[in-house]
Write a protein that binds this ligand. Structure first.
Ligand code: EPU
Length: 303
């Protein structure tokens, strides 16, 4: 499924926008779950060129989505009819006192450590959360009492509705539990974080503690997308799935992790359909036993 392949000049035109074209790329290679059919990826090295790329896609009447780190994403086996815009890593973090201007393309864990080296803490809990800063912002990623939204002071975004880059103050964004008020066609470009000053050693202690907890309770060495379902208010989804005896349950190559029941892992060359079936099974069992409807935490791109 390559939307852009019909026109041989596509590669050159995208290069003129500062973008690299990867036609029909199997998304299993770009997601931590390791599943998903093909789609065209367009990689942008310099996010300042995004308006040019968006204009190119608009002229061609092409639909698009943004691919971040692919670590909280389940893509269907059939692949996707949209072009996937990917902001390439490499732009630097800029520091000014206790503020860090971080590109959305930056890796979250690397960002936590770069800030730590500048004696800027407050992000320790996020150390083991895989993925990009942009993805973490969109989902308001959190762990061990830290949510990224709490440190955000301003954001640069490309507003799909307006077709231009805007700076948003935090007051104009809602950061909730694994949910934000960004529109689907907002593309996050960079964020201004305000972080408390702390000695590096102290930050490192916090980081080590979170890493230990994560290693002890999550299957960090297997292919997963983190927690598959959100926790309903006051309840723990992992605990409910565990109590139902579903750990180790397998559909095709997808398995409910024995380490943490809200993690589904790709252990035997699973397909996306295996994961979707396993998710349905869990949803049904939890609904029947607890009367609770589980909400997906993983983003599912159904095409
Ligand atoms: N539990 C079980 N069995 C399990 C898993 C958990 O009994 O198989 C129990 C634990 O013993 C504990 C309770 O359930 O009493 C909560 O478990 P845990 O501390 O592992 O936290 P969680 O609520 O399952 C949340 C986030 C994680 C985050 C951790 C640590 C969600 C859906 N999950 O997990 O985030 O890393 O807290 O702060 O909010 C993610 O977002 O992808 C994610 C993994």
């Amino acid at each position: 499924m390559s939307l852009l392949a019909q026109d041989p000049a596509t590669g050159n035109q995208l290069a003129a926008c500062g973008a690299e074209w990867l036609p029909g790329e199997p998304l299993g290679r770009h997601t931590s779950l390791g599943v998903g059919g093909p789609a065209d990826i367009v990689r942008l090295r310099d996010s300042r060129r995004l308006p040019d790329l968006m204009e190119f896609l608009r002229r061609r009447d092409l639909r698009w989505r943004v691919l971040g780190g692919g670590t909280n994403l389940l893509v269907v086996d059939e692949g996707l009819p949209e072009v996937l815009i990917h902001l390439r890593r490499g732009e630097p973090i800029r520091f000014d006192g206790n503020h860090a201007q971080v590109p959305a393309s930056a890796n979250l864990g690397t960002t936590v450590m770069e800030c730590a080296r500048r004696n800027l803490g407050g992000l320790e809990g996020l150390i083991g959360v895989p993925g990009s800063v942009g993805g973490a912002l969109r989902m308001n990623a959190g762990a061990y009492g830290t949510e990224i939204g709490a440190s955000v002071r301003a954001l640069n975004i490309y507003r799909g509705s307006a077709g231009k880059v805007e700076t948003l103050k935090t007051q104009n964004v809602r950061f909730e539990y694994r949910h934000t008020s960004f529109a689907p066609d907002d593309i996050l470009l960079s964020v201004l974080l305000e972080l408390p000053e702390r000695p590096y050693e102290q930050i490192l202690q916090g980081v080590k503690l979170c890493n230990q907890k994560r290693r002890a309770s999550q299957p960090i060495h297997e292919k997963s997308a983190g927690c598959i379902f959100k926790n309903p208010a006051g309840l723990s989804t992992g605990k409910m799935i565990d109590e139902l005896g579903l750990k180790g349950t397998r559909v095709g190559g997808a398995v409910v992790s024995e380490r943490h029941a809200n993690f589904l892992v790709n252990r035997y060359q699973a397909t996306a359909s295996d994961f979707l079936k396993l998710m349905d099974l869990i949803r049904e069992r939890v609904l029947k036993a607890y009367g609770v409807e589980l909400e997906e935490e993983v983003i599912v791109w159904r095409g």
